[in-house]
Design a protein around this ligand. Sequence first.
Ligand SMILES: NC(=O)c1ccc[n+]([C@@H]2O[C@H](COP(=O)([O-])OP(=O)(O)OC[C@H]3O[C@@H](n4cnc5c(N)ncnc54)[C@H](O)[C@@H]3O)[C@@H](O)[C@H]2O)c1
Length: 426
Amino acid sequence: MSTPKIAVIGLGYVGLPLARLFATKYPVIGFDINEERIKELQSGTDSTLEVEDEILQQVLSDTPQMETGLYCTNQIENISDCNYYIVTVPTPVDHTNRPVLTPLYKSSETVGKVLKKGDVVIYESTVYPGVTEEECVPVLERISGLKFNEDFYVGYSPERINPGDKEHTVEKILKVTSGSTPEVGKQVDRLYASVITAGTHLAPSIKVAEAAKVIENSQRDINIAFVNELAKIFNLMGIDTNAVLEAAGTKWNFLPFKPGLVGGHCIGVDPYYLAQKAQEYGYHPEIILAGRRMNDGMGKYVASEVVKLMVQKDIKIKGSKMLVLGITFKENCPDVRNTKAVDVITNLKSYGAEIHIYDPWASKEEVNEEYGLQIVNQVPDEKFDTIVLAVAHKEFLNIDLRALLNENGVLYDVKGILKCKVEGRL
Ligand SMILES: NC(=O)c1ccc[n+]([C@@H]2O[C@H](COP(=O)([O-])OP(=O)(O)OC[C@H]3O[C@@H](n4cnc5c(N)ncnc54)[C@H](O)[C@@H]3O)[C@@H](O)[C@H]2O)c1
């Protein structure tokens, strides 16, 4: 393999930690179309909080010509002498839950403009099986004028990181790799194996690697949907779901999933990629889509449960003061994309409640821009009729909730973290 010079295309939650890791060993050019993101990274700050500023600053380079290190840019000429291009751009769905491949097409055009003989393009974005070879490769060929598997090659290596998880960082997660020929597969595998301490698994084809990633998240989605369904059933029966799960969990092969809101960029989105492709093949994916329907409806369900409890306590809903704790899509991370806490808020608002939102992690500006909602980053100094603990941020365990709640008030703990706290499991 020629000495790698790596371009990472898309410096978000996935791209930046990966670029930082490769930069400890190779020259890496981080490319992103978002000028603001490039500016903040060049100044040594990562607003996603995935890479600590000090760690980022250790690898930052102020020139694109270096032996090792990371140079961040939005200028295409800076990536023209790379021989590996790793694409880590978003793969969202539209409002009808259909896959949006535009960022993949656009970033493939960018790479196509600088592609040279012998180069390898590795896709990391989560996709349905076939996207790399059937959607991205034709763009690379058209723009570069080069021939696939003769002049240039591709690989696919899905990312498994988990935003906000400081334990399972990129180098500590075994990485699935693949290539467009057996030789290129080995080459891609060696590249990742040189930095991933947890090791690699070379899949037999790109489609296998693509499918593996999308089913990892679909499996998780379906399992959570199942316990969400159980929670609904046991709520009707007046049985404590967490206690049931704890009892059942004493069996060796009972899977420890918890009910909750499934949002974010991955688990709530990726199953739709697989479902879409299955439908193109004439198969209606019943279980995958039932899981999605169940999980997508949980925000509305939580809101209706809160309202039910308030009615039982004779609290007038319209005009009542409610505090929602947490708006990010998961705990201890600032990511608010596709957060289902917003569904809870929207539904509670529709009953006429006055909603206050406190989140110590989320950016006020981003929440306002994305959802038109105002949040505060400090614990409010007033009393509420209802508190909904929507996200399990660690800060919430230290709040004196009694001081914030009116005497007859309702406290709804979506994730059951208060029970875990009392029992010393948090
Ligand atoms: N966030 C996660 O934890 C996670 C985990 C595993 C897999 N994934 C997958 O990884 C992919 C990336 O996700 P993410 O969370 O890092 O997204 P992100 O939105 O945080 O980052 C994507 C970056 O790509 C940039 N970008 C968009 N179009 C571009 C283009 N044409 N050229 C260059 N840059 C471009 C954006 O400006 C952004 O900075 C997705 O497919 C996602 O499903 C994400």
